[in-house]
Design a protein around this ligand. Sequence first.
Ligand code: ZN
Length: 477
Amino acid sequence: MDDDLGALPPKEDFSGWYNELLWRAEIMDVRYPVKGLYVWYPFGFALRRNVYGELRALLDVDHAETLFPLLIPETELAKEGEHIKGFEDEVYWVTHGGLSPLEVKLALRPTSECAIYPMYHLWVRSHADLPLRVYQIVNTFRYETKHTRPLIRLREITSFKEAHTVHATWEDAEAQVHAALALYRQFYATLCVPVIVSKRPDWDKFPGADYTIAVDTIMPDGRTLQIGTVHHLGDHFSKTFAITYEDVDGEQQFAQQTCYGISERCIAALISMHGDEKGLVLPPAVAPVQVVIVPITIGKRKEEVLVAARVIEEELAAAGLRVKVDRRDLRPGAKYYYWEMRGVPLRLEVGPRDLDAGQVTAVTRLGDKSTVPRASLRFGVADLLARFTGTLTRRGEEHLLSHARVVDTMEELSVAIEKGVAIVPWCGERTCADFIEETVNASVLGTEVQAGFSCAGGSACISCGKPGTGALVGRSY
Ligand code: ZN
């Protein structure tokens, strides 16, 4: 992979760009011989580990991590009628143990409500056990019939973080919904990925939920990608699985529940939002290599330069940075190209001239070049990385703003939807949503929209003219 293959396809050709980037930056290998299943390259996995490390750190404050079985008996999965109906087309079944047919078929989890809640029935006894907040990061399986795509639409979701909470009252569960959304916002801020939060229409909510709030981002081609969901489950599942607790008065009550998930789509969003025609552009918080040092060893002072590079590496590593000296026998240009493809935020060049001047040359992944005094290198590097994060956040916000319009006529919506998403007044009726969706070939994604732009528009439903409120309309992945 050291050969210079030139630039990636232009990002305007998003699919071409994305597919080529995934293998050239060694994120995912798509050659596994089962459709919809992909393999993490070690570099991609290192990125995954850092991204999920950030998510774990946020959850671990008041959630406990656990691990439930992959197999769910058909008898449990079938208990919640609405829920199973929502997944029945997508479930993989284990029907045999060796050559013997199983008495009860076993599902590969499409999601884990029906694995976890029979145990919650046993675990939850009293109001003193609540709230209960548990999460796991696991693979789940869905028999996708749509076109599969690495990290975005998969038959094996390899990295599903699912949290499942239990509360005494509906209001407590609602407070958890808001806490989960705040946590997701913080997580995506770490990835410098801007998000739009909205309440999914009733027909698009999680099967068995009271309501669903979704977190979307806008991809480079203007289509939305759902990168997180939070569900208020009410007492649907607690009634099905008999999850009850004894309240302070000694009465048995059904518990109230929430669940919320994020998959490796968070990495698809991260890659797509920041990358360019040279490759990945990674926020320092999650980059597997944050600083690469390239020794410029032309001429007689090779040993001296290599020693200086090693000392810098040790100094930055001691300060907690993920740093690497590229000692390979390649010309500097080939090394720049290699690390740019892998999204390293900062490159330090150390040559004889830098040694003489008591400085190091620093170049960010976005091409900003500066010199940092050798004596204050640690602080200089920390400052450059912090500024780089700020730049990615700002660019992300600009991307979101330039792909979102507030409109109040169908004509304006037709134009806006070709570029990204739009907020339009909608009365809340299904027939009007259907009409909007058919007219502009997009989806009514949600209401009560929260994003980094004004969501106020006119108030007359663009379909029927009755009073309406802002709905998010877009074409989604
Ligand atoms: Zn209407």
